[in-house]
Each structure stands twice: as C-alpha cells, then as structure tokens.
Design a protein around this ligand. Sequence first.
Ligand code: W6P
Length: 353
Amino acid sequence: MLKESVAEELRIYESRRATPLRLREYFSIGDKHNSDADTLLHSAQFIHTELPIRFARLIRTLNHLPKVLADLAPCTQVRVGFMQSFHELLHSPHPRTPKDEAAFIRLAERIRDRHANTMETMGHALAMMRSRHAHHPLDADFHQSLDRFQTARLAVSVLLNQYIAMHAPRSHWVGIMCDHTSPAAIADEVAAQAAALARLHYGDAPKIIIEGDVMATFLYIPAHLQHILFELLKNAVRATVETHGRKLPAIRITIIAGGEDISIRIADEGGGIPRTVLHKVFDYLFTTAPEKEGRDLPEQDVDPIAGLGHGLSVSRIYARYFGGDLHLESLHGYGTEAFLYLPNSAEAREVLL
Ligand code: W6P
C-alpha cells in the first residue's frame, strides 16, 4: 500500500530542517525579471527540495492531533490528500531545464487544487467535534497542536502559491506578495464586502470609517491581510447589528504605520465581550453562533456572517506567520477593539513553529 511506503519517507523528511524565508527573500527571487525562465527554474528547484519537507512537517502535525479530531472523516480525508501530494513530489524528477520546470508547474498546480478546501474541511471537522464534545474541556496542548497544524498548512500554501503566482507577473507584485500593499485600500474593499453581507443578512449595516495612515503601503501578502480584516469586520458588524436596533454606531478602522509594525485597530460599539468569555474567542471550538445539537453536516447550515467558528484563531495564525500578532480588548457593555500588528519590514521571516 501507498501508506506503508510513504511512512518511511515521511520519517526521513519530517526530521529535515525547513528553510523559513524572509518577505524580502520571497520577493527578490522574482524581482526585476519576475518570470524569466531561469528565475522560475531556480524557484522550482528550491520548491522541489523544500516542499516535501514542509509537507512532511504538516502531516506530522496532523498525526499529533487528538484522536477525537484526527479520526473524523474530514480530517482523515485531508491527511490522505497530503500523503498523496508528498508522495507525488518525492517521486517527481528534480527540475533541471526550463522544459522540466514547465512539467513541474503543472504538478504544483495539481497539488494546490487538491488542497484548496483544506481550511473548510478542517472547519467542518471542528464543527463536528464541537457538536459532539461541547462539554469536554479542551486543553492547551490541543490548541497548540491545531496552531501547529494551521501554521504548517500556511507554510505549504505560501511557498506553493508564491511559486505558481510568479508565472503571472504584475507590476509591484512578485507571486502573491505586493510591495505596495495598502491597508487602507484592502480595508475599504473588505468593509464593502462585510457591509454587503450584513445588509443581506440583517437588512442593515453600520458605517465603516477608515482613518490614520491611509496612504501607507508595505511589503506583504495582500490576501492574508484581506482574510484577517474580513474576519474581524464580520465580527464587528455582527456585534454592532445584534446589539443596536436601528441606529448603528460606526465601526472605526485606524491604520498606523510605525517603525516596526503596521498597526490596525478595529473598534466597534457592539456591546463588547465579558472578560470571562474574552479568552475563549481564540479557542478553536468556540463560536458565538448558535449551535445546533448533534449537527454532523455543518456545511448545509453555515451562517456566512458567523462562519465555522474558528475564524479568529486562524486569523491570528495568519497574523503571526511573519511575526505579527492579533489581540482583542473589550469593554463589556460598550464595545470591542481588535488590534492587528503586521511587520512593517521586508526582513520579517516566516515563523514555522
Ligand atoms: C465583538 C466580538 C468580536 C470579535 C472580533 C472582532 C470584533 C468583535 N466584536 O463583539
């Protein structure tokens, strides 16, 4: 069976040292001659060596998840897919010519497509676990193992998507990174999406004000910033609408470009979170969305503005990936402030946990 032959290879690769890269390193690989054949071949060679190591580490994090989660069907399905990709990568020829590279990019795209729904699938596994084990206390180890899994998943996804996207050069972009990433522009875009979702869902949406260093730009992965801000804004919008009947207080996004960090504060007047609950918002099994008892097919039942419940934990994983962070502070009875910090430096390096 595939499984046994892969097991030995996995043991070898998971002990190899992964190579965390700086934003600058990711960016400069493709800078200037973004997609010339030599650059792409060099990237393909690096990725052909590095990706199996990152996959092996990712599979190891799945093996370390508690059995109550790991044995759920969505989770085993994700694991089998990762094993398949690891195996295909190991048994693909090391790219040595532009022609090899052209074949390797197709393998890379196939692997990317195979794992496109990983987050969603794991979200379903967590929702199943939540409905079956709602009253089980979850320990710190469990959360740490999920943080490791999510980070390892990101380490595969960033590398793979960076390489694939380098094939489509754009001004100011190298792959999925942009050296003119504008927090204000992304906040604006995401605010419109969150407001549209709220109007659809509740028939109304609060105003979202964007202020501070609205002209600031930095080198980052815009898709990551977008993901985090959307998650935070959905929560802020929902809290605001559910707390106030008609007159909705505005949500205020403040962007500050500092020497070390791009700091973004999202302040709502949505009633806040009690202190006894605040520490749970980053809990993978915590959700403020009403749970339906014994529900095993959550995908039929997902409330788009509430999501699958692990959105904030995953957003913090994204924030921390290049050394940033995400905090929440609250005045219960009034509102919540989310503080997002992202590195304002091309020297920021992947944190591979
Ligand atoms: C809330 C709960 C929450 C989570 C994340 C961001 C903002 C908010 N507001 O009431």
